[in-house]
Ligand binder design. Structure first.
Ligand SMILES: [Zn+2]
Length: 288
């Protein structure tokens, strides 16, 4: 394949990075797309989630911010809020919802966390959306993707189904990594210095479910507009928990202790820079 056609604006995407898979960039809207061919559409990178110490605290912090926006801004006067999460992974979002009395169910094709769902009494349907029935007769108040939307190949049919499963004034919420964030830009610089591993890591090309697209704060809303979704709000989420970062990196067995110490020191040193440049993860709220 020599080039791809941009799903956002229809222009040609040119070859940008030759990683484990090829990555193409649209010269017009800046969308990055890979030629990774996996079609395990609705999976987050489970390997990653289950391994990292301190990640739970960070994710819970981000989820609390999303819940706050839901309850205080969008569904202020609603007694019950009914949601669906596509690709529930470790089930953490569902736990946060339950703690806040939001009635959210999940769909997850992988069985890695089944025991955890059972032990924690989380309602997760096994299978792929929209194949599995989820009792959406009256529609959902919101449908959410947490680190999942960027893994999906056939976004068109996905969005058509979501429109049907949402209530008329329902919200689509997308929590997603950004191509203009600090780490993506740093990894791009490293790529041109002949260090590929960071970009491969960001694209998750070493995992079974790699990223298909890398969106920006501009081209994601532009894409969703094509399906009649209007952007209501978007804000920054955090990528690193600086309070546990040294501990996390030092626990990585693949890295020598001096190297781990140096990297964690460097990250702590540039903390103000990371927190004040464009966010690596953002969450977007759309109304259909
Ligand atoms: Zn484009």
């Amino acid at each position: 394949m020599s080039d791809l056609q941009c799903i956002v604006c229809g222009n040609k995407q040119n070859l940008k990075f030759e990683l484990k898979h090829k990555v193409y960039q649209c010269a017009s809207c800046d969308l990055y797309s890979s030629d990774a061919t996996f079609d395990l559409s609705f999976q987050s990178s489970l390997e990653e989630d289950s391994r990292e110490i301190g990640l739970k605290k960070l994710r819970f912090h981000n989820f609390e911010l999303i819940v706050k926006a839901l309850k205080e801004e969008h569904f202020k006067d609603k007694k019950t809020i009914k949601g669906l999460e596509i690709g529930s992974g470790n089930g953490w979002w569902l736990e946060v919802c339950r703690a806040h009395h939001i009635d959210c169910i999940g769909i997850e094709p992988e069985n890695t966390f089944e025991d955890y769902y059972k032990a924690n009494n989380l309602q997760v349907v096994s299978g792929f959306y929209p194949d599995v029935a989820t009792d959406s007769a009256e529609g959902y108040d919101f449908i959410i993707f947490n680190d999942v939307f960027e893994h999906i190949s056939d976004l068109k049919s996905l969005l058509v189904n979501i429109k049907k499963d949402l209530k008329k004034d329902g919200l689509l919420i997308i929590n997603i990594p950004m191509s203009n964030g600090f780490f993506y830009r740093t990894a791009t610089i490293l790529y041109y210095l002949k260090i590929q591993s960071f970009l491969d890591r960001l694209w998750q090309f070493n995992f079974h479910s790699p990223h298909i697209n890398y969106f920006s704060p501009k081209n994601l809303p532009a894409y969703l507009t094509k399906y009649g979704f209007q952007l209501l709000q978007n804000f920054r989420l955090e990528t690193l928990d600086f309070s546990s970062i040294r501990e996390r990196i030092m626990a990585d067995n693949k890295m020598s202790k001096p190297k781990a110490y140096t990297i964690s020191s460097l990250l702590l040193l540039i903390k103000p820079l990371i927190q004040n440049t464009s966010a690596d993860i953002r969450v977007f709220f759309f109304r259909q």
